[in-house]
Design a protein around this ligand. Structure first.
Ligand code: AMP
Ligand code: ZN
Length: 466
């Protein structure tokens, strides 16, 4: 068994990963809030989670990972926008219809990025999970850490702070903290440490779920933080191994998740490893919907880029470092990926041979060093340039691609040829059918002049960008 090292936000250190159970590693990723198209900053978070899930599978076996990604289909933003878009519908139905649309787009994007579907995808607005959230809130209130106020239920941060550490993932300055001041918003800054909402009283015209607590009827809906605590507990049990999200989720979301689970699930440490990806930036500023500086995958496609080029681009910067997005870097990544695919294409005339263990060990060492993908890609190049046989190179690179996820086994279908090249290729097929080899050679020269080369193989013709 290889040793896997991961940077744990809890300890602010790279640590050896030790799973709780031998047979199954539990991984929870905070999923999208489905109120709009996800932007490529969000995509960075999910590419990171996918690379982590693939690395775990590569280490422990394909079936020994349980990856959970929730869908946040009830929160402030989904409710706000669903009411506007489907004002004619019952609010619960409007919310369901509205979020289902954006969830569909989300999975389309995930597919384009070759992100494998997680094993379990709990939806926060499902009655089944809402009941789990309510059960968890009941326990928190019973333990004396939650209280009802004006039809909502809040978590008592002052009391928690007295007995436990609040601020495990980021350093919180609790000096300005005022006990009993409450905040209802799902998202807030760390300057506003306050009692946060577990269950929100229904506002007029909002979707709601029935809830009875202490004999009181509290129609309303869950707060964002309790959603993930309950879904994590229900799908993975407590404690579980790894939790991921972007750095912006450290506070308040993950800090509150920890506090809720410590009290409601009776565990000292709900999650052993917290991993956070840094931001994708544009011109030095976080890409976000709030700043209107975001691109979606569709925007990249409109500019002629393939989604996998963005995946490859993300692999060039360690997930724990900020990454500045530019179209020039995307173009360079696309060229790099094309080059890699051409290298693999040259090998794929043969059946794959044996995976080379020496290079596999080097590759393992790179990815197991907190997902050092730049190093892993350097190992790929070193292996491809080595004196291994073509067949063994092919087997080895395809084995590595279980982690990289660059679809290196599908090199042909990915080439999009320009119209003039397509037309020359078609004419050349015709010329060869008529045994007109002079014409066929002339067309080959035309194709080569334009930066492409053509190979005649058993399976037909192949056009490759040089
Ligand atoms: P949301 O749908 O807003 O809940 O965000 C989904 C995920 O994307 C979360 O893990 C966020 O932390 C992450 N995220 C949001 N913006 C960025 C960004 N600019 N760069 C990297 N990750 C981000
Ligand atoms: Zn979450």
């Amino acid at each position: 068994m290889k040793t896997l090292y991961l940077y744990n936000t809890l300890s602010r250190k790279k640590e050896e990963f030790k799973p709780i159970k031998k047979d199954k590693v539990g991984l929870y990723t905070c999923g999208p809030t489905v109120y709009n198209y996800a932007h490529i900053g969000n995509m960075r978070a999910y590419i990171f989670a996918d690379l982590l899930a693939r690395t775990l599978r590569y280490n422990y076996g394909e079936t020994r990972i349980k990856w959970v990604m929730n869908i946040t289909d009830v929160d402030d933003k989904t409710i706000r926008d669903s009411k506007v878009k489907y004002s004619e519908l019952d609010p619960n139905k409007a919310l369901k219809k509205f979020t289902a649309e954006y969830e569909k787009y989300f999975w389309e994007d995930m597919k384009k990025l070759n992100i494998k579907k997680p094993d379990v995808i709990p939806h926060a607005a499902d009655q089944k999970y809402v009941e789990k959230m309510q059960a968890l809130i009941n326990k928190i209130v019973k333990a004396g850490y939650g209280y009802i106020k004006d039809g909502s239920v809040y978590f008592d941060v002052a009391k928690y702070y007295k007995n436990y550490k609040y601020g495990k993932l980021i350093n919180l300055d609790m000096d300005g903290f005022k006990a009993g001041v409450r905040i209802d918003a799902d998202e807030y800054e760390k300057e506003n440490v306050q009692d946060f909402v577990l269950w929100k009283n229904q506002e007029k015209g909002d979707p709601f779920w029935d809830y009875k607590l202490d004999g009181k009827s509290l129609p309303g809906r869950p707060g964002w933080h309790i959603e993930c605590s309950a879904m994590g507990q229900e799908t993975l049990g407590m404690p579980f191994d790894i939790h991921t999200g972007g750095v912006d989720l450290k506070f308040p979301h993950h800090e509150n998740e920890i506090a809720q689970s410590v009290i409601g699930c009776n565990v000292d440490q709900p999650v052993n490893y917290w991993l956070h990806n840094e931001y994708l930036l544009v011109d030095g500023v976080k890409m976000s919907k709030r700043y209107k500086n975001f691109y979606t995958l569709r925007d990249l496609e409109e500019q002629g880029f393939k989604s996998l080029a963005f995946r490859y681009l993300c692999m060039q910067t360690h997930y724990g470092k900020q990454m500045n997005f530019t179209f020039n870097s995307l173009k360079a990544a696309e060229d790099g990926l094309r080059h890699l695919k051409n290298q693999v294409r040259e090998l794929s005339n043969d059946e794959p041979g044996e995976v080379n263990q020496g290079y596999k060990n080097k590759f393992f060492k790179a990815i197991n060093d907190d997902l050092n993908l730049t190093k892993a890609l350097a190992v790929v190049q070193e292996m491809l340039k080595s004196d291994l046989s073509g067949r063994d190179k092919l087997a080895t690179v395809l084995d590595f691609d279980r982690v990289l996820g660059l679809k290196l086994d599908q090199v042909d279908e990915d080439i999009e040829l320009p119209e003039d090249i397509k037309s020359f290729v078609a004419q050349r097929v015709e010329a060869r059918m008529e045994n007109n080899y002079d014409e066929s050679d002339r067309l080959r020269v035309e194709i080569e002049k334009r930066g492409y080369s053509i190979e005649d193989t058993k399976g037909g013709m192949r056009v490759v960008k040089k």
